[in-house]
Ligand binder design. Structure first.
Ligand code: SF4
Length: 94
């Protein structure tokens, strides 16, 4: 994903092994919404499922509140649901 992940984010090791390097950023961040973009069979999510760093990518996007695009084979709605579930199941602090 030249020009998106690597060019605009701080360097981290897992990005060096990303399967999306060189792919069209619009696969992961389309200019318009469509069911094909977020569906299980979308090209972006298919590529993510073959990516060696899919877990690190997904966890980074969840931890950093990424609310757009496909990261780690997840949609923004899925990441929001994961964050909500973690909040609801985490023990209260102090
Ligand atoms: S999991 Fe997907 S978005 Fe993340 S680095 Fe791999 S191919 Fe790119």
């Amino acid at each position: 994903m030249t020009g998106s992940l690597h060019a605009t984010r701080a360097h981290t090791d897992w990005r060096d092994r990303a399967a999306c390097v060189g792919e069209d950023p619009e696969l992961f961040f389309p200019l318009s919404d469509s069911a094909a973009f977020a569906g299980e069979e979308s090209p972006a999510r298919a590529l993510c499922r073959r990516c060696p760093v899919v877990i690190a990518c997904r966890d980074w996007a969840i931890d950093h509140g990424e609310d757009h695009g496909i990261w780690g084979a997840t949609t923004a709605a899925q990441r929001r649901a994961i964050r909500r579930a973690v909040r609801e199941t985490s023990p209260p602090t102090a």
